[in-house]
Design a binder for this molecule. Sequence first.
Ligand code: ZN
Length: 673
Amino acid sequence: MPLATTLQSGDALIIVDVQNDFLPAGALAVPRAAEILPVLREYAARFERRQLPVVNVRDWHPVGHASFRSRGGPWAEHCIQFSAGAESPAGLELPPGAVTVSKGTDAADESGSAFANPQFEATLHTLRVRRLFVGGLGTEHGVFETVCDARRRGFEVFLLRDAVRALNLRPDDGARVEGEMVRLGAVPLTTVDLCQRDPAASALLTDIFEVGMLRAYFDAGMTDTAVFEFAVRRLPPGRNFLVAAGLEQVLQFLEELHFNDWEIDWLDRMRGFSPEFLAALKGLRFTGDVDAMPEGTLFFPHEPVLRISAPIAEAQLVETRLTNLLHYPTLVASKAVRAVLAAAGRPLVDVGLRRAHGAEAAVLAARACYLAGFSATSDALAAQHYGIPAAGTMARSFVEAAVSEEDAFRRYARSDPANVVLLIDTYDAAAAARLVVRLAPEWQAEGITLRGVRLERDDPARQARRVRRILDEGGLPGVKILASGNLDECTVAQLVGAGAPIDGFALGSRLVTSADGPYLDCDYKLQRYDGRFRTRRVEGETTWPGVKQVFRERAPAGRFECDVVALAGEAHEGEPLLVPVMRAGRRLGGGESLAVVRERVRRGVASLPARLRALEVAEPYPVFMSEPLHHECVAAGVFPGTGEPAEPPTGRPPPGPMPQAVAPAPVGACLER
Ligand code: ZN
């Protein structure tokens, strides 16, 4: 199925048999026919906006048509010329420019195809139509016959799956003919594919139960302000700290949050909501406040990363997408920063696009890696969109497609003379390195700069040493050696530790899937509603109660000493990490550049206690609880961190370190290889 098909000239919307007699009160009612009316309106509006033709094909039978039972045919009398049953339903709202073509006007003609009337094809030719987008009532009759004829005549056909309904005299008739039409080359399509909105920006990108809860809040008249916090409960295996990322995307999502007409129609059809509730949904915008750790802030379990205060419907609805937008970038940035530490200053390139779990993930991963300290991405779209340096070299197929490796290197170098990085281990890396040495004088004369060579096969340390020696002896000490191929921070650390002469690394699959810890145990929890704290106690996952702030205390030299989680509004030593970023639905400030975020990560990592910069699990960073927050826990009957109610320690100034929620992950959590 094409994702995001775009309308173009030569496209036409073909509406078949959408007439009163085929609607519920009609003579030949098609089950659930009314459901397609708003969908067709949406399609028609899109075609009209693009000034593309809409053709309405109707049954227009004379009295005594051959298909009627009175004449021995299969059908009740329907769509008699000039009768109310033959009219378009009021809910269809055809655009003013729509062309109407009648069929079945000959009493003896039983065909249900639009092409049965030659005027239809003539109209398509006049309008220069090449692609038909077909919807309508009676999938297995008028729609099916029209699509078959169109394919036979060589038209491209899109079957509008959300804008057809079958008569289904046998239960699976509609599904069966949909399959047949697809086999004939019709492309199934829905409104979503037509990109009426970027799917990632749709307000429907939420769990359906969030909308269900909104209805319950609405019915109960619950409109007070709710405070929710997003936090990570425990570190993934092997991690000593996390890097906050994704706030920029969250703020954009909150600013743009709204349901459009089509989404409201769909909810109505799915759930039959009351008009009052649908009107409330239609008017819903995010009007709340957001406080958050700026992107690139290093943080630890139980610390709120983001806090939302908003009318409860707004704060609730955003839960799913907000979590989705914070979770993945934070996961990848927290993985990527480990590779940056392992590479000890050598440049890193993200090449994860092809293995990332989807297009949005790939682009967000490229951004997360860059803010964590990577130098470049191979993802052209991410490079274009975020201004990340783009990098990459030839693939093995380029070398294999050429008549020889020498031919491949020559062609590649001449095509992009300022930026030559060659993959040299397709056959024999040492031989290829000697070839590079031989070609170098020729290239120098042509003004071609060989910047580097890339190795991606077994034992990169040994290969790199051989290649380095050959390049150095051949007078090419400035040519860099890059390594790629299933690397992660652990292999990078091993190569660096072994003194392999590798100048940079490309990381992909293991990085963007965070292979050794593919998700964060995180949540978005209600902390206060209607002025009262809300705490839930569930065995094994007690959340620290209350609306909170995190204070980071530093040693005089700037090194992080400890964090204190306190109640918001408490005065405390140290830097408050949650800062106001949105008020009344409006962003404060113009957003941060990735350069600023990168610098925050760099400084944060440099300020960490040294043990936490290791790839192995270290003694946890101390996160304390303030005395008032501790009282809150006692009042709530929980001893946070253990998941069990317990007698809290008494006389606690100064507060003691909290027990860890889980035992640290075993050392060496990197994947076996
Ligand atoms: Zn008919």
